[in-house]
Ligand binder design. Structure first.
Ligand code: ZN
Length: 227
């Protein structure tokens, strides 16, 4: 066994610096299956050229994926929580693996098509913060040595417990019309009044430079009233 440098061609692959190869009658052969890309979800075909192993096809999303969706809030009330299944559910129907950025973007779009602003946030317990008129963020603040959060507490309108490692936000009346039962609401749900309108959610966790564990405020999504 020996290890050759790995040129990933834009794919994001863990342990991506080198690939194990062995020699068969002097010809180098790649050992094991190709690992999958954390962004596009495919196992890229690999090719040995000289002393380098290359992914043949480039990653279609070298910068990752920013997912934009809109949510209609006609009632002026939203329900904010981690999990709004089974009222809204993509039922695992993503073409790419959900563990990839592309699979998560597909889930976000599938949920938006049903009327739910959904997005993965890891195990971050983020909040829904107001940052200005018609502007909000879904974010997890950084806490300094004294425990002071990097986002003002009085702008935190709702918290999201992350049993599901996601947020789910829907128009409250739409949620009820589709069978949601307010009697079942416990402390993990918040119903908020916000101006009625169309809201754009720009979800960032799939972006190449996104780091939810950096020592700073993690902004998972920007939310803006656009109409
Ligand atoms: Zn890729």
């Amino acid at each position: 066994m020996e290890r050759l440098a790995f040129s990933t061609n834009g794919h994001r692959i863990s342990g991506e610096a080198e690939v194990e190869v062995f020699r068969l009658e002097g010809q180098p052969m790649i050992a094991g299956a190709a690992p999958s890309c954390k962004v596009c979800g495919i196992h890229p075909q690999l090719q040995i050229s000289g002393e380098v192993v290359r992914a043949v096809e480039p990653c279609p999303y070298p910068d990752g994926i920013t997912t934009e969706i809109t949510l209609e809030v006609r009632s002026g009330k939203i329900i904010v929580t981690d999990d709004l299944r089974p009222v809204y559910d993509w039922n695992g129907r993503t073409t790419a693996d959900y563990d990839s950025v592309l699979g998560q973007a597909e889930a976000v779009r599938a949920m938006a098509a049903q009327g739910c602003a959904y997005g993965p946030v890891g195990n971050s317990c983020p909040g829904f913060y107001r940052t200005g008129p018609g502007n909000y963020i879904i974010a997890a603040p950084w806490h300094d040595d004294e425990g002071i959060p990097s986002l003002p507490e009085d702008t935190r309108l709702a918290g999201v417990c992350t049993d599901l490692w996601a947020y789910s936000i829907a128009d409250f009346d739409d949620w009820i019309a589709r069978g949601g039962d307010p009697e079942t609401l416990d402390w993990t749900y918040t119903v908020l009044e916000i101006p009625p309108g169309t809201y754009r959610f720009v979800h960032h966790t799939g972006e190449r430079d996104f780091n939810g564990y950096a020592a700073e405020t993690a902004i998972f999504a920007h939310v803006e009233r656009i109409a």
